[in-house]
Design a protein around this ligand. Structure first.
Ligand code: CTP
Length: 403
């Protein structure tokens, strides 16, 4: 079977650590998997392994400097960054991690890193005390928050003869991590995913509305994650301050539950998966005033509210075989039973339960703690995680139920 790395363009950054000798094997494995590999070495990496070794293995001249000294040929870090499908730094020293975390672009490798749009991986390798140092932990946390994936160093004997965490992951494990990433990255390609997100605003008059505290963060995280897996995403969004940056996410902005229903129904016809993450207002004023209600003339008002349409249930009635419909449930008590009941009533395949009793779950936070219930009765409870990690868990659950 061909490797998911076949045909991919990989920039392999090598920095100055003793583990650089393992980069030769790594480059060899990439080439064997069918990838095209361009090596960039930092100046100190050349003290550990020769450019000749790397250019022989990859069939391409190694780049270290911004230009070739005798010809003046300029190496464009922008072109290299854009050429890459994957950008891997292995080994990544404490120094290079710090430069990447802070944008110190004083060599070709870090400059190319800042120019790339590819998914970036680092495989740290250093002595155990450097690995355990607060500054390394801080830089790795910054890189993770910037979207860099860290292939963890292993425990074992180090070049210093000390033993501990700091050995670069084995080349075969780095290849496996990249293969798994690519396989996941393309797992939703060709799929159309519909997501509702955010609150709805139900108008009282031209300046006032009934709304709720939903921030839209969970729905937007799901949209970005599905797009990263190759899906075409329609994100029907109530009024929020989040923005979707992935080019495969089309945002349809709506305000009220009625508008959200219309947009969701239109997109549902050819959707493969629909995820109802919006906090739809349950009621809307029965009449909307066309002029601002003046307090001076209206010492007391009462609003008559009418139930809004249930978007999830409406799609649940209209669904075709093979379409997957997922809902959310925010509960305060009797959580699992209420969520399971909602799943049945709305004809959902899966429901994601958050409990308002869990600290860090629910509205406005950057984290969430969910339990996933499937129509077949299986249930899985997850730890408190960032909303983008929760989005990955939810998509994994959806992909498992699609099989
Ligand atoms: N939902 C929807 N349209 C509505 C209300 C809810 O699509 N008018 C969806 C939500 O997006 C969510 C699921 O239904 O995926 C459950 O929402 P929730 O507000 O918990 O359920 P309700 O049906 O409103 O039940 P209740 O408020 O009584 O708990």
């Amino acid at each position: 079977m061909s490797s998911p790395l076949s045909g991919k363009h990989i920039v392999l950054g090598i920095t100055g650590g003793i583990a650089a000798y393992k980069s030769a094997l790594l480059a060899r494995l990439f080439v064997k998997a069918g990838a095209e590999v361009q090596v960039i070495m930092t100046p100190s990496a050349r003290e550990f392994i020769t450019p000749l070794t790397m250019s022989t293995l990859t069939g391409k001249p190694v780049i270290t400097e911004f230009f070739t000294a005798n010809t003046g040929e300029w190496h464009s870090h922008v072109d290299l960054g854009l050429w890459a499908d994957l950008f891997v730094v292995a080994p990544a020293t404490a120094c290079t991690l710090a430069k990447m975390a802070t944008g110190v672009a004083d060599n070709m490798l870090v400059t190319s890193y800042l120019s790339t749009r590819a998914d970036v991986f680092v495989a740290p390798a250093m002595d155990l005390d450097m690995m355990a140092h607060a500054s390394t932990a801080r830089n790795l946390a910054t890189l993770r928050a910037d979207g860099v994936r860290v292939i963890e160093a292993a425990e074992g004997e180090l070049a210093s003869h000390l033993s501990g965490k700091g050995r670069m992951a084995e080349p075969a494990d780095i290849v496996a991590a990249l293969e798994a990433h690519i396989a996941q990255a393309e797992s939703m390609s060709g799929k159309h995913v519909l997501i509702t997100a955010g609150p709805t605003y139900e108008r009282i008059d031209p300046v006032r509305f009934i709304g709720n505290y939903s921030s839209g963060k969970m729905g937007y995280a799901l949209a970005e994650a599905a797009a990263r897996r190759g899906a075409r995403v329609t994100l029907v969004s109530g009024p929020v301050s989040c923005v979707a940056s992935h080019p495969s996410v089309r945002v349809v902005h709506v305000e009220s539950a009625r508008e959200m229903l219309d947009a969701a129904q239109a997109a549902f016809t050819d959707a493969d998966v629909a995820i109802m993450a919006a906090a739809v207002a349950d009621y809307a004023p029965a009449t909307v005033e066309d002029k601002k209600v003046k307090r001076e003339h209206t010492p007391e008002i009462s609003l008559t509210l009418r139930a809004n349409p249930d978007i999830a249930a409406t799609l649940g009635e209209a669904r075709r075989p093979g379409q997957i419909l997922v809902g959310f449930a925010l509960e305060t008590d009797n959580e699992q039973a209420n969520a399971a009941d909602k799943m049945r009533r709305k004809h959902l395949d899966m429901i994601v339960l958050n409990s308002l009793r869990d600290a860090g779950a629910g509205f406005g936070t950057d984290t969430n703690k969910v339990t996933v219930l499937h129509a077949d009765g299986t249930t899985r409870a997850y730890e408190l995680k960032s909303k983008s990690e929760v989005a990955e868990d939810i998509l994994n659950e959806i992909e498992a139920c699609a099989h």
